[in-house]
Design a protein around this ligand. Structure first.
Ligand SMILES: Cc1cc2nc3c(=O)[nH]c(=O)nc-3n(C[C@H](O)[C@H](O)[C@H](O)COP(=O)(O)OP(=O)(O)OC[C@H]3O[C@@H](n4cnc5c(N)ncnc54)[C@H](O)[C@@H]3O)c2cc1C
Length: 588
């Protein structure tokens, strides 16, 4: 591994059955699964370096070190839009991808969420029985077969938050990884018994990397999929200044995440014809919804001043306490350094009419200063309560901005464009305030800090979102699967119109899985491996027909009209600022 000198010999070229691009949450699972058959040759390409992993990716709360390091993390500029914040979307740029830099919350999504996913994709392959099965396989693979995985008992402050939840009428949960996650309870973390972060890479690739049939190349940025006569036959990229080509006889599987996968497809000539022309890229296959349908969770974090230092971790990393914190972690794997991003999670309904929980809340015993980028800890005792709307309706887009792979993608998140999302976002803050003001927390909490306390009216609260909310880094949907011919992928994750090409990463979900996206992405990768292995040898017969290619853009007047309308939306963003998805039949 990693011994590649920039040039492949003829014997190596063309010898792979599968090329997996991106060794993140999805790519790591796929690499392990697809290489489990010793007769299958798999190439895993990853732009990040350091296959052994960075020390900070093993220590859970060393996360801020990583997030400030541009060699380990991508930071994509996101257009602020009328209601959203100006921000950068962070993504892991290293083996393990975002699972190596994220907040480690393991949230499956509930039965109702996966039932709905099956409905919108038109396929029982994504229904709860199948997804619960693969989620269990992953959990047992990565963590061992225990039902509950977390470090130590809850501290008094968090026990009080649970009591406050009960006083608010919320159910209390011992484990979210059940069919129905509604309620408030301890978060489950991707952290092992020794207090080390478990990444998709450490859980899956580490055990597989000595397999002779798995070749792993890090430090390789893939720029394009090579396509000839409607079939993918390899990828092109570079390491440093060396241009590289990797060929395969089977399938290329893009696992580069919801931002970069649509960019690579567009650079390969696959995407909306008009958007490609604008970017100066020749169209090879017109697939109008690539890059559209982008959704993300927009999180509002509120800080609460605590009465006592004993309840807050805010000074755990200063002065002599830093050494105590480090020593405690080294001795037991516990304490502030050994925790996930939040200690409690809640899935709650915004109102009586909500069919399923439509808000997620979290609680943590620290509070961050408001600052550009990653803020430091507040110098006073504080805690943090966050909330976000689940399954937001508002969607944006991500497009390649030009033919040069070095040009950053153009991203419009288009948060809170929908009235429904705005109403729920307002209710989310009111729910947090209701929780913090319950009697159970009176002896702990002094009050809400000025950052959010001023926002009383609905308009103030929306203004607060515009100033201080931020992405949960959960973006999905930019290369979504679905039953319609205009959906980029079919339900087996094959790209419509290009044979031997699949996508498997966060971009595939037509709606946001409730909660986090890490567990759903890893589960989807396990499903994808099952599809790929069962389709093996039938690439061409099974590939979905290239209808869109055989029907040029100019053929259909309706399609032209759609495009013109979309174009207007691109030229002069509406209040929503979004490029709406190209017309498609309602999927559910
Ligand atoms: C800071 C942060 C916190 C998060 N916290 C949580 C959480 O607590 N719980 C949760 O459920 N979810 C969380 N998420 C979201 C979750 O981690 C992602 O949804 C998930 O990792 C997405 O998986 P993926 O495979 O699509 O992409 P990634 O895991 O990001 O993997 C993509 C991989 O592709 C590589 N790559 C990119 N471009 C190229 C290229 N051109 N060539 C080659 N390789 C390339 C990257 O280096 C990376 O390894 C968090 C994300 C972030 C960024």
């Amino acid at each position: 591994m990693g011994d590649f000198d920039g040039n492949m010999t003829d014997a190596q070229a063309g010898d792979f059955d599968y090329i997996i691009v991106g060794a993140g949450a999805a790519g790591s699972v796929l690499a392990e699964r697809l290489s489990s058959d010793p007769d299958t040759r798999v190439l895993l390409l990853e732009e990040g370096r350091g296959a052994g992993g960075h020390w900070a990716s093993r220590v859970p709360q060393a996360q801020p070190w990583l997030l400030r390091d541009p060699t380990r993390v991508y930071g994509y500029h996101v257009e602020p839009g009328p209601r959203g914040p100006a921000e950068r979307w962070l993504r892991g740029r290293m083996p393990g991808g975002s699972s190596a830099v994220g907040a480690m919350l393991w949230l499956r999504g509930g039965e109702a969420d996966w039932t709905h996913m099956a409905r919108v994709t038109g396929s029982a392959d994504w229904d709860w029985p199948e997804m619960a099965r693969v989620l269990r396989l992953i959990e047992h693979h990565a963590f061992g077969a225990r039902a509950l995985r977390r470090a130590g008992p809850l501290r008094p402050l968090m026990q009080a938050v649970l009591r406050a939840g009960a006083e608010s009428g919320w159910r209390l949960r011992a484990d979210f990884n059940e069919a129905d996650p509604e309620g408030l309870g301890p978060a489950t973390w991707m952290i092992d018994d020794k207090g080390r972060r478990v990444t998709a890479w450490t859980a899956f690739v580490r055990a597989a990397k000595s397999r002779p049939n798995l070749r792993i190349e890090t430090g390789v940025r893939v720029d394009r999929v090579l396509i000839d006569e409607g079939r993918a036959y390899g990828v092109e990229g570079r390491r440093g200044t060396a241009q590289l080509v990797f060929r395969c006889r089977g399938e290329v599987i893009l696992c580069t995440g919801a931002v970069i996968t649509p960019k690579i497809l567009m650079l390969s000539g696959v995407g909306d014809g008009m958007a490609l022309r604008r970017a100066g890229i020749e169209t090879k296959h017109h697939s109008p919804n690539i890059g559209r349908g982008l959704r993300d969770h927009l999180v509002l974090a509120t800080n609460w001043r605590l009465r006592h230092w004993r309840d807050s971790d805010n000074r755990a990393y200063t002065g002599a306490r830093l050494w105590m914190t480090v020593a405690r972690y080294l001795l037991s794997g516990a304490g502030p350094l050994g925790q996930g991003g939040a200690e409690l999670v809640g899935f709650i309904a915004s109102g009586k009419t909500a069919e399923r929980p439509d808000l997620m809340v979290t609680a943590a015993a620290h509070s961050l200063e408001v600052a550009p980028g990653i803020g430091g800890l507040e110098p006073e005792p504080g805690m943090r309560l966050t909330a976000h709307v689940l399954r937001p309706e508002s969607s944006g887009y991500v497009f390649a901005a030009g033919p040069d792979p070095d040009t950053p993608p153009r991203i419009e998140a288009n948060y809170l464009a929908s009235e429904r999302d705005r109403l729920r976002a307002i209710l989310a803050l009111r729910k947090l305030r209701g929780l913090a003001q319950r009697p159970a927390l009176a002896e702990f909490i002094e009050g809400e800090t000025v950052i959010s306390a001023w926002a009383r009216s609905d308009d103030d609260i929306l203004d607060l979102y515009r100033r201080y909310s931020r992405s949960a880094f959960n973006a999905v949907g930019s290369c979504a699967m679905g039953p319609d011919e205009l959906d980029p992928l079919d339900a087996r994750l094959r790209l419509r119109g290009v044979a031997r090409l699949r996508v498997c990463d966060a971009s595939i979900f037509p709606e946001m899985p409730a909660g986090g996206t890490l567990a759903p992405v890893m589960a989807a990768a396990l499903r994808a491996a099952e599809f790929i292995l069962s389709d093996a040898g039938r690439h061409d017969e099974e590939a979905p027909a290239a209808e869109a290619e055989s029907q040029p853009e100019s053929d259909a007047a309706e399609a032209e009209l759609d495009r013109a309308q979309r174009d207007d939306a691109l030229e002069a963003p509406t209040e929503a600022g979004a490029a709406p998805p190209a017309a498609k039949s309602a999927a559910g």
